[in-house]
Ligand binder design. Structure first.
Ligand SMILES: O=P(O)(O)OC[C@H]1O[C@H](OP(=O)(O)OP(=O)(O)O)[C@H](O)[C@@H]1O
Ligand SMILES: Nc1nc2[nH]cnc2c(=O)[nH]1
Length: 184
């Protein structure tokens, strides 16, 4: 179905800004400091979870000023929709993780299925430790699994959000703040 760009623009114009650019940057700074304090001597292998984790990973990685390696995983459960389904693995990890300290970076922990499946995959692949960092955690009682991220930038109310890597119908991952859809 063709995308109605007027609708896409209207969604952004009408959305509520929950956290502006400066607030998100400050949260990423705090995450960077905490991760540096804990992992600076652990030679971590860092996985960006595409697509949503792209912006958080890019910004956070420049704050991690110590030796580490980077790879990515591409898994999607929402497929540009506002409701999640089955987890679809598009690209599995390529770097050997046996005996490595693995750091997973994603944009959002919502129902938790995505992160839980990725953590389990890394554990089965022999990672020595699997540590998780998410920019936002959404608060609600619909968690599919009980999983807390080790590092959380911001808490978000139970609304569909976009910006900083998170999409609305594939758009606005580039929005410079965290926005909630009007009425959702
Ligand atoms: O906690 P959950 O309910 O499992 O949802 C969280 C996941 O949903 C989003 O990915 P999505 O499937 O939308 O793919 P995308 O990263 O390409 O947007 C987000 O990037 C997380 O990976
Ligand atoms: N863009 C976006 N992706 C999600 N994946 C899980 N929850 C959300 C959300 O609120 N917004």
């Amino acid at each position: 179905m063709p995308v109605d760009l007027d609708h896409i623009k209207e969604v952004y114009a009408e959305a509520d800004c929950l956290y502006d650019d400066a607030e998100v940057e400050a949260a990423i700074d705090r995450m960077g400091q905490a991760i540096t304090a804990d992992l600076a001597n652990s030679n971590p292998l860092v996985f960006c979870i595409m697509n949503g984790g792209l912006v958080t990973s890019g910004k956070l990685l420049t704050k991690l000023n110590f030796p580490l390696q980077i790879d990515y995983i591409h898994a999607t459960r929402y497929r540009n929709e506002t409701r999640g389904g089955e987890l679809n693995w598009l690209v599995k990890p390529n770097t050997e993780m046996e005996d490595r300290n693995v750091l997973i970076i994603d944009d959002i922990l919502d129902e938790g299925h995505t992160l839980a499946a990725i953590v389990e995959y890394c554990q089965k692949a022999g990672a020595k430790s699997v540590i998780t960092a998410v920019l936002v955690e959404k608060k609600h009682d619909r968690k599919g699994v009980s999983l807390d991220a080790d590092y959380i930038g911001l808490q978000i109310e139970d609304r569909y959000i976009f910006g900083y890597g998170m999409d609305y119908k594939g758009y606005w991952r580039n929005a410079p703040g965290i926005y909630a859809l009007k009425g959702h």
